[in-house]
Design a protein around this ligand. Structure first.
Ligand SMILES: [Zn+2]
Length: 447
């Protein structure tokens, strides 16, 4: 992934703070930023990047195979639970070869959108009948290979998924997700190793899917390794109701009881929280990853983003089911959702929103050095062109606001990962026909 010494020049770049810096030279060596200077002329050897240069975006919550459902699940209205049945049908059609092809194309779509690091919440571990593959982690390994071949970083969050609901066994397609018990999950997941572009973390699917007496073992596994621990949390009120009925506690309180919260933990969605839950997540500095485009698509609701941030929870963003893959749309939704819910504007600054999409996202995926344009950070850069109809007329003093509130994925012109060019002039350099690769991978699931 890394390249030799390269220098990049940006007319505008976000180096933190509320305004873009001007005339920025970013020197890199072996894929890491070595020096950043501002107010300089472009040297002849530097690669000139167009528009506004940002750190690569982090997509902190992905299920790559859900990409196959895009657009197909709206027929007849449906609900979260009918969508889940469609999702299980796709899960049932995957094998390692098909999963690799679909994930590589999906991650390439992410690269085109300026996403340079993905958190893959991975629970499709086993064969169709629930048996282990000969290579127990082959499904995880194909995801790591897919990210490599799409040119982006990945944190594979190997997910413990043991039950079909409170006190219910896994059924049907869910059997592919299960390791029997938490010891079986831990032993298999321990066989995963990272790579230069890949790190490994842990996940609890949800309090529905891991019995309460086995939650602490997953948390301990992650803590002992110093790796991230992610979990779906309170996406639906039905989960809260079932958890209260089974345990007399909210999902947040149950996870807190079993040691699953803290600065290396990340709660995904956190849509339906009590004031006490918000205080607990903030007080433990648990990151909350909102997935606004999916939360809209599945009619989940609008999570309390501002209240969580004010309580102390860092915020990150994910495209989750990939109803769309557009980091700018996901990011501005933090602010726009608050506006709809509160009938007022100005809850987050553009710089706060950018921080969620970059440094906070990388930190919750176990890449705390990434997501910023600063010496020592990986040379992961994206250039957002300012010459499209969406951004024409943008002004230097409000460039961050223009990009956050009006840019779309097609405005990403260049993507550099580890100092290497992955997208040039809007074209993926490793997978020339990403749309064709997606269409082929999705069609293969119906064959
Ligand atoms: Zn999810």
């Amino acid at each position: 992934m890394s390249a030799g010494a390269r220098r990049f020049f940006a007319e505008y770049a976000w180096l933190g703070g509320h305004r873009a810096a001007e005339l920025v030279l970013i020197a890199t060596d072996a894929g890491v930023i070595s020096e950043v200077s501002t107010g300089v002329d472009c040297p002849p050897d530097a690669v000139r990047l167009p528009g506004l240069v940002l750190p690569g975006l982090a997509n902190a919550h992905s299920h790559a195979f859900h990409r196959a459902l895009r657009g197909h699940s709206h027929r007849g209205g449906g609900s979260f639970w009918t969508w889940r049945e469609d999702m299980y049908a796709v899960a049932g059609a995957l094998d390692p070869e098909r999963y690799y092809a679909l994930a590589r194309a999906t991650y390439a779509e992410m690269a085109l959108a300026g996403i340079t690091c993905v958190g893959e919440f991975h629970y499709l571990h086993h064969d169709r009948d629930g048996a282990r593959y000969g290579e127990a982690n082959v499904m995880g390994e194909v995801l790591i290979a897919a990210a490599h071949d799409a040119g982006i970083r990945i944190t594979l969050l190997d997910t413990c998924y043991l039950a079909g609901g409170f006190g219910r066994p896994l059924e049907g397609a869910q059997r592919r997700f299960g390791d029997g018990d938490v010891e079986g999950w831990a032993a298999r997941a321990a066989g995963l190793t990272g790579a230069a572009h890949a790190r490994v973390g842990a996940a609890i699917h949800s309090v529905r899917a891991v019995p309460a007496d086995q939650l602490a073992a997953v948390a301990t596994w992650a803590r002992e390794r110093g790796v991230p621990l992610h979990f779906h949390l309170s996406e639906q009120t039905a989960e809260n109701d079932a958890c209260l009925a089974a345990h007399g506690r909210t999902p947040t309180a149950l996870l807190e009881d079993h040691g699953a919260l803290g600065p290396r933990s990340c709660a995904v969605h956190a849509t339906h929280l009590s004031p006490e839950d918000i205080g607990t997540l903030g007080g433990t500095r648990t990151t909350v990853c909102l997935c606004p485009s999916t939360e809209r698509d599945l009619a989940d609701g609008i999570g309390p983003a501002r209240a969580l941030a004010s309580a102390g929870a860092p915020l990150a963003l994910g495209s989750d089911s990939h109803a769309i893959i557009d980091g700018f749309e996901e990011t501005r939704a933090l602010e726009l959702g608050e506006r709809l819910a509160r009938h007022s504007r100005g809850h987050f600054s553009a710089a706060e929103l950018l921080s969620a999409a970059t440094v906070a996202g990388h930190t919750c995926l176990g890449w705390p050095e990434a997501g910023q344009i600063a010496p020592g950070a990986p040379a992961d850069l994206i250039a957002v062109g300012l010459d499209s109809v969406r951004l024409a007329g943008a002004r230097p003093d409000t460039l961050l606001e223009s990009v956050i509130f009006a840019a779309g994925a097609p405005d990403v012109a260049e993507v550099i990962v580890g100092g290497r060019t992955v997208v040039a002039d809007g074209r993926h350099q490793l997978l020339p026909d990403v749309a064709g690769a997606l269409a082929e991978a999705i069609a293969a699931l119906e064959a």
